[in-house]
Every structure is written in structure tokens, then in C-alpha cells.
Design a binder for this molecule. Structure first.
Ligand code: NAP
Length: 247
């Protein structure tokens, strides 16, 4: 059984990815930051469809917690999956914050940086010895790296950094057969940044060739698919999954 760790999979598109990976036969480590109950609900859903899952607490913005997280991962791998390593890491955890450049505070900037770029970098570094050869890393970025959307400059800049980092991961980990790709979602119906109101949704749908916003499953299924062996030659790519957003 292949095993995937998906950060921030207690809610939103990470939760969908967790369930879709389980449907494809993967064991799943769900991580949560502030929603343990929702993480448990995801684990329960996976168990109910015949899959195997466990949940762990992780704050991606706090690198000092990573050594303890790595040890907790190793213990779960052993106790739940009878493994000493895992196969796939999906760096998905994140949050939205709307504030134009003119008023962004240093604290807001640092918070976004810690979760969207520094965290994925050092989490991948510390978990790398536990990732099996021929594994894969998927970094969840954003269509805002291609289209400038007012009010999300630091977020988009760090997601852009994560896209570049993805290519360096592919370069440096390729010798072990480990692929690295990023998936850049367009607007997806989740609680990110407070969620969508009707007016915002209508605007985004109008900017999308397929005429609607995305649902979590529109991304979750792509994550699960990209991890599978049929896509083994896709490497070092950024794949926008956005229904044709502002084209
Ligand atoms: N929704 C969109 O339109 C969209 C578009 C492009 C990209 N994305 C990206 O997709 C990813 C998932 O977003 P989403 O839309 O699914 O958001 P969401 O519904 O708000 O869920 C966010 C998830 O990330 C976790 N999380 C937040 N801060 C964290 C932290 N400091 N440490 C660890 N986990 C943390 C949350 O965990 P808890 O609830 O347990 O705290 C939750 O599981 C993010 O990276 C986001 O930037 C989303």
C-alpha cells in the first residue's frame, strides 16, 4: 500500500484529496492544525470506504515543531501501516488573506511566508529521509501566480516561490526517482480566506471558461491521479487546474 501525507487535509481541497487518494488504494496521513474533529471525520470517512488513515497535528508555520512531527510520523507509519517510510508528500496547508500591498503589515507578510514557502521547504527537508525512493512531492500553489489578483500579493509571491522550489526539488530528488510537481488551483469552493459570497462567485465563474468555480473534488481527484503510476513521466511541472480561469 502506497502512503501519502497531505498537510492541511482536515478541510477543503486537502480533505478531498485525502479521500480520493484512499479511493485509489493509498493509506493516508491526514494533518490538521486547528480542526482535530474535522481531521477525525476525514479519517472516519476513509475508514468507511474501506481505506486506512491516521491523523496528526501539524502547524506548517512553526518549523520548531517539525522534529517532533517527524517522530510522530515515524511512529504512525509503524503502528498504523507497518512501514518505516512513506511514498508521497502533498504540501497543501495554507490560508488566504486579503490586503493590498499598500497596507500589508510585516507580521502578515511573515505569517504568509512561514506557511506557504518556508514551511513546505523545511517540512520536505526533514521528511525527506522518510520518503521512499520513487516517491513524489506535490506542492499546492495557485493560479494567482499567473494572474495578478489584487489583494493577495505576498500569498501569490510565495506560491510563485513554491512553484520554483518544486523544480529544484525535482532536480535534486530525481536521482532517487522522486518526482516533484505543483498543482495550481483556480478559485475553489472552500473556506479559504472566508469563502465565497454570491457576488464573488458569480464574478469568478464569469472569468472561467467552464463557467463555474471549482469544487474541492476538482482538485482532490487530480492530486490522487498525479500520484498514480500512469502519470509517472510527469515531473517538474506546474499544472494549473482551474477550468480555464482568465485565459
Ligand atoms: N480554495 C481556493 O480557491 C484555492 C485556490 C488556489 C490555491 N489554494 C490552496 O489550496 C490549499 C488548501 O486550501 P483550501 O482552499 O482547501 O483552504 P481551507 O478550506 O481553508 O483549508 C485549509 C487547510 O489548511 C490547514 N491549515 C491552515 N493553516 C495551517 C497551518 N499553519 N499549519 C497547518 N495546517 C494549516 C487547515 O487546517 P485546520 O482547519 O486544522 O487549521 C485546513 O486543513 C492552500 O494552500 C491554498 O492556498 C486554494
Amino acid at each position: 500500500m502506497k502512503i501519502v501525507i497531505i498537510t492541511g487535509s482536515s478541510r477543503g481541497l486537502g480533505a478531498s484529496a485525502a479521500v480520493e487518494c484512499a479511493r485509489k488504494g493509498m493509506g493516508v496521513v491526514v494533518t490538521y492544525n486547528s480542526s482535530p474533529d474535522k481531521a477525525e471525520a476525514v479519517v472516519k470517512e476513509i475508514t468507511q470506504i474501506g481505506g486506512k488513515a491516521a491523523s496528526l497535528k501539524l502547524d506548517v508555520g512553526d518549523t520548531s515543531s517539525f522534529p517532533a512531527f517527524r517522530d510522530a510520523v515515524a511512529a504512525k507509519l509503524q503502528s498504523v501501516f507497518d512501514r518505516r517510510d512513506f511514498d508521497y508528500l502533498v504540501n497543501n496547508a495554507g490560508y488566504g488573506l486579503f490586503n493590498p500591498i499598500a497596507t500589508v503589515t510585516e507580521e502578515q507578510f511573515d505569517g504568509l511566508f512561514d506557511v506557504h514557502l518556508k514551511g513546505p521547504f523545511f517540512l520536505t527537508q526533514i521528511l525527506l529521509p522518510l520518503i521512499a525512493d520513487n516517491g513524489q512531492i506535490i506542492n499546492i500553489t495557485s493560479a494567482t501566480t499567473r494572474v495578478a489578483t489584487s489583494g493577495v500579493a505576498p500569498y501569490a509571491a510565495f506560491k510563485g516561490g513554491l512553484e520554483v522550489l518544486t523544480r529544484y526539488m525535482a532536480k535534486e530528488f530525481g536521482a532517487r526517482g522522486i518526482r516533484a510537481n505543483s498543482i495550481a488551483p483556480g478559485a475553489i469552493r472552500t473556506e479559504l480566506g472566508g469563502g465565497l459570497n454570491d457576488e464573488f462567485e458569480a464574478m469568478l465563474a464569469g472569468q472561467t471558461a467552464l463557467g463555474r468555480v471549482g469544487e474541492p473534488e476538482d482538485i482532490g481527484e487530480v492530486v490522487a491521479s498525479l500520484l498514480s503510476n500512469e502519470n509517472r513521466w510527469i515531473n517538474a511541472q506546474n499544472i494549473e487546474v482551474a477550468g480555464g480561469y482568465i485565459i
